[in-house]
Design a protein around this ligand. Sequence first.
Ligand SMILES: Cc1cc2nc3c(=O)[nH]c(=O)nc-3n(C[C@H](O)[C@H](O)[C@H](O)COP(=O)(O)OP(=O)(O)OC[C@H]3O[C@@H](n4cnc5c(N)ncnc54)[C@H](O)[C@@H]3O)c2cc1C
Length: 643
Amino acid sequence: MTDAPQALATEKEARDVAEDARETEWEHPSFARELFLGRFRLDLIHPHPPADEAEEERARPFMEKLQAFIDKVNSAEIDRTGEIPEELVQELRDMGAFGIKIPKEYGGLGLSQMSYIRAMELVTSKDGSLVALLSASQSIGVPQPLKLFGTEDQKRRFFPRLAKGAISAFALTEVDAGSDPANMRTTATPTEDGEHFIINGEKLWCTNGTRAELFVVMARTPDVEKAGRMHKQITAFIVDASMPGVGVAHRLRFMGLKAIENGVIRFDSVKVPRENILWGEGKGLKLALVTLNTGRLTLPAGCAGAGKQMLRITRKWANERVQWGQPIGKHEAVAQKLAQMAAYTFAMEAVAELATALYEKGGYDIRLEAAIAKLYNSEAGWRIIDDTLQIRGGRGYETAESLARRGEAPIAVERAMRDFRINLIFEGSSEIMRLFIAREAVDHHFRMAFDIVKPESTMKQRLTALGKSTPFYLSWPVPTHRDGYQLRSYGEFGKLATHVRYLERTTRHLGRAIFHAMVRYGPKLERKQAVLFRAVDIGSELFAMSAACVRAQMLKKKGQPEAVALADTFCREARLRISEHFRNLHGPNDENMYKLAMSVLKGEHAWLEKGIAAENTEMGDTMAQIDASDEYDRSSTLSHTLV
Ligand SMILES: Cc1cc2nc3c(=O)[nH]c(=O)nc-3n(C[C@H](O)[C@H](O)[C@H](O)COP(=O)(O)OP(=O)(O)OC[C@H]3O[C@@H](n4cnc5c(N)ncnc54)[C@H](O)[C@@H]3O)c2cc1C
């Protein structure tokens, strides 16, 4: 292992690290995985897993306290000052909001993932900075990996502190290791006796890092040789902020989430005992990925919460605001947006709750569902906020404070927009989510049939692959009753049955389209991001449509038949988007676009950038204006910054 490797990882190294961390086996079924294989396994999600009424009853006292707390929070003040007052954090601690899922035996509330995401949905509908504090702590911070991979001893040592409100953080990202962890530079070097590791390095954008008591830190431990090749090892450690050498180098500030406690965290020869390793040496990245499978369920629920809030704002405003002799909601252009928003909000909640309910049911692999939920809801939520801002017009762009000053309702759409945008970047950017989903979407096809299309395959290899894959591919045109897969009319779905039949047909179409893409491009398919991403988007729309239909059906049975109209409108619109993706699957303009981008990169169109201000002109002024009191002493240890 190199202590301070300078060169960036090569593409091959980056892939090796990602592949080593990838979960390759599918022990449990997944509806989304089956979609990409061309099989519509409705039986895996329908009927919608029932609500756990006993759990809802258990969660009620906490949810009521949280609702009362959220209703009185002054988010404008938090946004303006860039700080969450300590009294608010203490109030959250006192109600157990930092230990929602921690088992009762360790002092937590012992509530389910569903209760947890509903709590986060509620908080997101009011305040982005508060949800970042709570969810970075519990979705990706110490409690989640501790629950999944901790030893009994580790659970006894850390859970009670966390349940009482010790804030935690997840430190993976570094300056050169954003989406690509192979560039990680932070090292954990074993001491001679092997009892400790010495951590050195700097982590970037660590949410809660400036206030955390406990961190999960990913660091490189010595490379190991496997099958004659050296493999990079990334290991997860629980690090206590009070350990000598842990320090906050900078508090970072952003476009939104103004009070997020995010920083550059420095680890300077921090001595960590071996027993603080989570799961095992070299398993850190896999731990991060598995943690994120469930961690990612929170953000989609938050997006649904934001969508609901926007819908409420828009409904009220589109009724109230009269222009050109009509409430603006009655002008068709606005009405279209309003309908789209309601349909999307319904689908977003359906996606988030279905993925979570499947996780709770157990015996189900949610890694693709969680990734789709994160991707779909963050992008749909962003469109909803954009439409809300448009419908609010000038008032959408004006700050809440300014609106209040001139006597209007302080509706903070511009803040919601600033706070929301990061959802498309962290916990896996939209592009990385699409790559992750695409990797799984093509995996089975490549494993079964790649030898048939690979130019260098021998005849024997081709015949073996043909024998292996024929039964699978033959089953597409004529669906069989195997594995619960059947051709049906889906009459029980009433008005939605037409969409469910479409889902069944189109799922087969998607499987075939992915197979054809493999035949057409062979090994080059993995570089065809535009093609793969369209296939991913079709799969994501199919998943969202399925979730919407199944949820509407459940709600109809519970006496809420209005849900059917929302699901129906959502499905009609999704079908249009899917047709568009299929029509352009092979992107007639993709090659041309790539060529143009390459010539832009080479500077061949730099002439287009003439007539504008010089770069970085504001930097000198900005640096001069920095208020020293807003920056941490670079040498301070984190424990000094704890309140
Ligand atoms: C407010 C905030 C909070 C955060 N909280 C945490 C935290 O608590 N802990 C933590 O560890 N990290 C955290 N992060 C880091 C966050 O997860 C990263 O920003 C994210 O992983 C993306 O990394 P990057 O910004 O370096 O982008 P890069 O990896 O540099 O990517 C830049 C762009 O290129 C795209 N891209 C990259 N690779 C590919 C590819 N192969 N194909 C196609 N497109 C590609 C990306 O999607 C992105 O659009 C936070 C960041 C922010 C801003």
